[in-house]
Design a protein around this ligand. Structure first.
Ligand code: NAG
Ligand code: NAG
Ligand code: NAG
Ligand code: NAG
Length: 243
């Protein structure tokens, strides 16, 4: 019986350690990643329109979120359609920097729990977009406008980590496990004593002597506490036995 209890306690501890490791965001698709059982990031509703930013050297970035969109851009005097999730252009050239199928979620800053999405072509990172949780505004901002590996920041309420309350808190789950184990201990113990030892009546209760003495022990404990911890106050048969 003790071995089963040990196994259950070890299982609970392992489970708790696993659940609290909530830093990595595992990509589920282009829009979603799962941090742990209760928290995730969902970029699906970022913006119905393309987000745009440009800098003083003439670099323009068009961001469609976690989907691919088509943008008509004037490059070198002619209007051209460009399709992608992140598109870069200047006055003479333009190209898609990344597609939605290349999006991966990353923990950018371990300490600050700062996430980013990167466009990955194999192991090669083509562009990074840092996720900045904002209250209202949705925007894209150029941090480093390099057409080979640019860094951008996406500010959006939809870039925040969503934390959902699960139906049961860890505490109540532990309590539930405790009571279930307790019930299993009694039922299992009674069955074993009844069928294997041939016990009948009260004798089928596992450790019946302990449970019988429990009210007395509790009473002793309380009297002991309230009498200023003096041993002479305890007057049950057990204390006489000890003396
Ligand atoms: C881009 O240009 C084409 C041809 O001029 C046009 O049919 C299309 O609707 C335009 N798309 C957008 C998103 O403006
Ligand atoms: C831009 O257009 C000019 C002529 O209009 C052409 O000579 C040049 O090669 C073009 N540049 C690019 C990068 O397409
Ligand atoms: C556009 O970008 C290309 C490649 O980075 C560069 O060679 C070109 O000079 C840029 N054109 C302008 C007008 O900045
Ligand atoms: C872009 O990045 C590459 C490599 O990361 C670097 O060699 C290059 O100088 C950068 N260009 C600009 C304009 O920052």
């Amino acid at each position: 019986m003790a071995k089963i209890f040990n196994a259950i306690i070890v299982a609970i501890i392992v489970c708790c350690l696993k659940c609290s490791d909530g830093s990595v965001c595992i990509s589920e698709d282009a829009c979603n990643c799962q941090i742990n059982a209760n928290s995730r990031i969902d970029l699906k509703q970022i913006s119905p329109n393309v987000l745009f930013d440009s800098d003083s050297s003439g670099n323009s970035f068009y961001f469609w979120g976690c989907r691919d969109g088509t943008q008509n851009i004037t490059v070198n005097g002619t209007v051209k359609p460009f399709t992608g999730s992140l598109i870069w252009a200047n006055a003479t050239e333009g190209k898609p920097l990344g597609f939605s199928k290349e999006i991966r979620f990353n923990l950018h800053d371990e300490k600050e729990k700062f996430y980013e999405i990167v466009y990955k072509d194999g192991e090669n990172v083509k562009a990074s977009v840092h996720l900045v949780c904002t209250l209202e505004d949705t925007f894209i901002k150029i941090l480093i406008a390099n057409s080979t590996n640019p860094q951008l920041a996406l500010g959006s309420p939809h870039a925040c980590v969503i934390t959902e309350k699960s139906g049961l808190s860890t505490g109540s789950v532990l309590l539930l496990i405790f009571f279930i184990s307790f019930g299993a201990y009694f039922v299992g113990g009674i069955l074993i004593l009844y069928f294997m030892r041939g016990a009948r009546g009260l004798e089928t209760i596992p450790n019946v002597d302990f449970w019988r003495s429990l009210p007395g022990l509790v009473k002793d404990g309380i009297i002991f506490l309230f009498s200023g911890c003096s041993a002479s106050s305890i007057t049950t048969p057990e204390t006489y036995d000890r003396i």
